[in-house]
Design a protein around this ligand. Structure first.
Ligand code: ASC
Length: 150
């Protein structure tokens, strides 16, 4: 590799890491990404809800699998609430950006409760699972009340 190639390689590596730090090419990509993560989370949370509410029998393995997905999905949406993504195909309220510390606190609460929910599901104890489900659902609801338009 000659010197010019070496320089060009370094420049392209730098350009790639710069665009990666921007995370999303377009505002609508960020909106689609966070809605997708929340949809997957909601789907698996709904399956847990069916067990927590006795609509389907408690199955420890299914509870653990679904709770793991919820705990993983719960990490994802927040990085996609970037500036300039408050309009378009979204129910995100302007408060997300006006009260960003409060929004972060709500996101952190969900993540903390979903980790406890996964631990409870893995314990195989139905009562602990149900209690953790209720606590986690409370974090979904309070964030929606404050930060999601009807
Ligand atoms: C769900 C789901 C939510 C939460 C919320 C809890 O199953 O999709 O957004 O629970 O309704 O209050």
């Amino acid at each position: 590799m000659n010197q010019l190639c070496r320089v060009m390689l370094l420049v392209s590596i730098a350009a790639c890491s710069l665009s990666a730090s921007a995370q999303f090419a377009k505002p609508e990509d960020a909106i689609k990404y966070r809605k997708s993560a929340l949809t997957v989370m909601g789907t698996h949370f709904g399956r847990l809800g069916a067990m927590a509410q006795g609509r389907v029998p408690f199955d420890a393995k299914a509870a653990a699998d679904n709770a793991d997905i919820v705990a993983n999905m719960a990490k994802l949406p927040w990085a996609a609430f970037v500036e300039g993504t408050d309009s378009g195909d979204t129910k995100a309220k302007p408060e997300i950006w006006k009260q960003s510390a409060k929004f972060k606190e709500a996101a952190d609460k969900l993540q903390a409760e979903s980790i406890k929910l996964a631990a409870a599901a893995h314990s195989g104890k139905e009562d602990a699972f149900k209690a953790a489900f209720t606590a986690t659902a409370g974090t979904c609801k309070s964030c929606h009340d404050d930060f999601r338009a009807k």
